[in-house]
Every structure is written in structure tokens, then in C-alpha cells.
Design a protein around this ligand. Structure first.
Ligand code: NAD
Length: 452
């Protein structure tokens, strides 16, 4: 039965982003009288698809496809990562760009949302091939990216080296111009910020700590001593495992694309990191029990951190999730239907647009630092990040409480076609976070006006 339901679940990410948006619209004041504005806020501004001939190391030319979506510029230039993944596609990139708009608005950085993807299997590519794809993509995107138009960053299977190639290619195309801020997540030697690599996980930790401090989970008021499971051991997951461990959590399970490892008494995260560097996977780490890739999500724990891919918690496994809090370091790891199941089970979710916003916050610091030709201290970066993450967490928790209190009035304001109260579900933290973000985008849009 569960399998049948799972098959019926719509896993198209852009449809999911739309469903989530629709859940927030009734709570976003003034959008009810401005339905055209709601559509404007949701639809992407620009979708670019490029086809790129790239020479493989064996001398054959292979055609690669790339996408860049600029979702919204009402609050500033586009900002968002570029991923290399076999399943990258227009709908996925559109959804990720949309979530970037909400994320930037929620943590109040002056950017809109964007995202890019190249359809490729990074495991099958040499470093030289990745470089050629990256440089070709940068050339193909031309002036649609730029320090004040659309600013890429790393994402799935791209990193600071990828950003260095983008910067270098773009700089060659714009001699004599100050082009460092065209990308963020660069190496420190190229104007990057040392703390950027761990920033997504650091932000997730700050948000989690504050959420627990303000009573978000009854009976769990600190990270110290909490049991934690992390799915994914790349930029977001690996740093999350280490930083949560340093904050006193007991990391009992981690995984990557090849499988997971579990130890109820706590893993030695530093030793797991060393093993990942040597063996290329955490799955074969010897001091723990081996766990199947999907089963890691079902390990009982206090805090579950999905930090790998989208659509990991769906109707097919949501019932079996045994965590008190889920912190979405990944983008879109939970489907709307799974959100509903988790809410019924009493599992709280710190949504992606809040939990993983640390990356874009520090990207913003890098961009500002590059424009000013300054070099900020890492301690300043972390303190500014901490303040922003705590503020955003508080805003979301307060907004949710107000939305729950006013639920009856929202329900009676929103009537269905027959004039009856429409049943609006009790809002979760995701709906609250999106409502704040969409409200800020709406304000910017209305203050700027519709031109011409
Ligand atoms: P990454 O390429 O550095 O790491 C991805 C990790 O996920 C790898 O360890 C990989 O082995 C693992 N993985 C892949 N498929 C898996 C599966 N089926 N099960 C378990 N593990 C699997 O990517 P990243 O930058 O860490 O991004 C991970 C997620 O975090 C993505 O959703 C990304 O959009 C999101 N995110 C990243 C950043 C950032 O700063 N890097 C910022 C915000 C959000």
C-alpha cells in the first residue's frame, strides 16, 4: 500500500515548490487581493538552457546540457549555486532557484534567487573534464551572470575550485574590470572566506541551537547531549557532523551515496572524516554497524539532518522517521505529503530556507568583502552569521505562533468557490518561513511597482 501511495506522489520539484507556495499564500497579507502578484512572485524571471560541446580526455567530443534559472530580482541580483548531477533538469533548477529567493529574503540578504545545473555524472569526469565543462558553461552564460546580475556559488558536486574556474573565465572575458564578486565560495587566495566551506552547516547549528533554546522542542533544550544522524557527507553533511559533535551532540549515524554507518554510543567523527578521505566513502568505516543508504534516515535519534539530495523523506518512509527534529541542510529533502505525516507524528522540521541559509549569508559577506576590497576576520564572519541565523529562527518561530493563533480568521477570509470557509491546515515552520519570505518579496515588488 505504501509503495502504491509513493508511486502516486508527485516528486516533481517545481510542483513541490508550488504546493509549498500555495500553502503560504493565504497567510501572506495582501496577496489575496493581488493574485497576479502571487503569480509574478512565483514564476521565474528567466530560464537559460545551453548545449555545450566539451572534449573528453579520450579525445571524443561529448555534448553536455546546462541550465541557469533566475527566479526573482525584486530584492536584488540573482544568487544561487551551480550543481553537477545526472538528474539536474529544468524543473529541479527552477524549484531550487525559487527556494533561493525565499531563503535570501528570509535571512535578509539583498539578493534574489537563482540556480544552475549541468547534466553530468561527476564521478565519471576527470578534474580536467570538469574544468572544461565549467569554463564552457561560463562562456555560454556570458553576461547573464555578473557581480550585479546573477552570482553563482557551489552546490552539489561543485566546490571552491569550480568557482575559481568560473571567476577566471569570466575575468578573461572582462579584462580591466573588478570581477571578483562574480562568484562566491571561492578559494581564500581568490577573495574567498575561510569560513564559507563550513558556513551552511554552521548556520544549521546556530539555527538549531536557538530553536531549542526558545523551547522549539519540549524536553530538548540544547544540542549538547542530543543524538544526531546525518545523511550525506559532502560540504553540508560532513561539516554538520563535525560541528554538531563539537557542540556536544552524539553523532550516532552518517551516510553518503554508498551507504551509512551507525554506532549508538557515538561515532568518532574526525576518524570517520579521515576514513572518507582515504576510502572515498563513510560506508566502510570499520568502528560501527553498516546501514543501508535509505535506512540511515530511520535510525532513532533526537536530530536528523538530511544533507544529501531532494525527495529523501516521502510518503514511502515518513511514517518510519523516528526523530524529534529534522534540520534540512539539504534543499527540498521532504515532500509536502511527508511534511503532513511528520506533523501528525509531532516531528518538527527546521525548513531548508532557514536551516541551510548559512551558506548564502556567508556568500553575501564574501560578495560585500570583494566589492569593498576588504578582508574580514573569520571571527567577525561567524559572529555576524550567528546573529543573522538566530534572528531568522526567532522571526520564523514567532510568525508561526501568530499564524496558528489567527488561524480561524485566515480560514474565514479565504473562501472557496461556493463561499464556504476553506480548510487551511495548521501551518508548520516551513509555511511560516515561506510566508515571511514571500511577504518581504511582495513588499519589494509592490514598492518598486510594475513597470511600465
Ligand atoms: P556535496 O556534493 O558536497 O555532497 C553531497 C553528499 O551527498 C556526498 O557525500 C554524497 O555522497 C551524498 N549523497 C549523494 N546521494 C546520496 C544518497 N542517495 N544517500 C546518501 N548520501 C548521498 O553537496 P553539498 O554541497 O553538501 O550539498 C548537499 C545538499 O545541501 C544539497 O541539497 C544542496 O543543495 C544543499 N546545500 C548546500 C549548500 C552548500 O553550501 N554547499 C548550501 C545550501 C544547501
Amino acid at each position: 500500500m505504501a509503495a502504491t501511495i509513493a508511486r502516486m506522489e508527485d516528486l516533481n520539484l517545481h510542483h513541490i515548490a508550488h504546493k509549498q507556495f500555495e500553502r503560504s499564500v493565504p497567510f501572506a497579507d495582501e496577496l489575496d487581493g493581488w493574485l497576479g502578484i502571487a503569480q509574478w512572485l512565483f514564476e521565474p524571471d528567466r530560464i537559460i538552457e545551453v548545449t555545450m560541446p566539451v572534449m573528453r580526455d579520450d579525445g571524443y567530443v561529448h555534448m553536455f546540457r546546462g541550465y541557469r534559472v533566475l527566479h526573482s530580482t525584486v530584492r536584488g541580483p540573482g544568487k544561487g549555486g551551480i550543481r553537477f548531477h545526472p538528474e539536474a533538469g529544468p524543473d529541479e533548477v527552477k524549484a531550487l532557484a525559487t527556494w533561493m529567493s525565499w531563503k535570501c529574503a528570509l535571512v535578509d540578504v539583498p539578493f534574489g534567487g537563482a540556480k544552475g545545473g549541468v547534466v553530468c555524472d561527476p564521478h565519471q569526469l576527470s578534474q580536467r573534464e570538469k574544468e572544461r565543462i565549467t569554463r564552457r558553461l561560463t562562456t555560454a552564460l556570458g553576461d547573464t551572470i555578473g557581480p550585479f546580475t546573477d552570482i553563482p556559488a557551489p552546490d552539489l558536486y561543485t566546490d571552491s575550485q569550480t568557482m575559481a574556474w568560473i571567476y577566471d573565465t569570466y575575468a578573461m572575458m572582462h579584462p580591466g574590470e573588478a570581477t571578483l564578486p562574480v562568484v562566491t565560495g571561492k578559494p581564500v587566495a581568490l577573495g574567498g572566506i575561510g569560513a564559507r566551506q563550513g558556513a551552511t552547516a554552521q548556520g544549521a547549528l546556530y539555527a538549531t541551537e536557538h530553536f531549542l533554546e526558545i523551547g522549539g522542542i519540549a524536553g530538548l533544550d540544547r544540542v549538547d547531549g542530543a543524538t544526531v544522524v546525518v545523511q550525506g557527507f559532502g560540504n553540508a553533511g560532513r561539516h554538520a557532523a563535525r560541528l554538531f559533535r563539537e557542540a556536544g551532540a552524539v553523532v550516532i549515524g552518517v551516510s553518503d551515496s554508498q551507504g551509512g554507518v551507525f554506532d549508538r554510543s557515538g561515532l568518532d567523527v574526525i576518524a570517520v572524516e579521515r576514513h572518507k578521505d582515504d576510502a572515498g566513502t563513510v560506508a566502510t568505516y570499520p568502528d560501527g554497524e553498516r546501514v543501508e543508504r535509505g535506512a540511515i534516515l530511520e535510525v532513532p535519534c533526537d536530530i536528523l539532518i538530511p544533507a544529501a539530495l531532494e525527495n529523501q523523506i516521502t510518503t514511502s518512509n515518513a511514517e518510519r522517521i523516528d526523530a524529534r527534529l529534522i534540520v534540512e541542510a539539504a534543499n527540498g529533502p521532504i515532500t509536502p505529503e511527508a511534511d503532513d505525516i511528520l506533523a501528525t507524528k509531532g516531528v518538527k522540521v527546521l525548513p531548508d530556507i532557514l536551516a541551510n541559509a548559512g551558506g548564502v549569508v556567508v556568500s553575501y559577506f564574501e560578495w560585500a568583502q570583494n566589492i569593498e576590497n576588504q578582508r574580514w576576520e573569520d571571527t567577525d564572519v561567524l559572529e555576524k552569521l550567528r546573529r543573522r541565523m538566530r534572528r531568522a529562527t526567532e522571526v520564523v518561530a514567532t510568525k508561526r505562533a501568530a499564524m496558528v493563533d489567527g488561524l480561524d480568521s485566515y480560514r474565514s477570509r479565504w473562501l472557496d468557490a461556493a463561499g464556504n470557509d476553506r480548510h487551511i491546515p495548521v501551518p508548520d515552520l516551513r509555511t511560516a518561513a515561506q510566508t515571511v519570505a514571500i511577504g518581504r518579496c511582495r513588499d519589494a515588488a509592490l514598492q518598486r511597482g510594475v513597470w511600465p
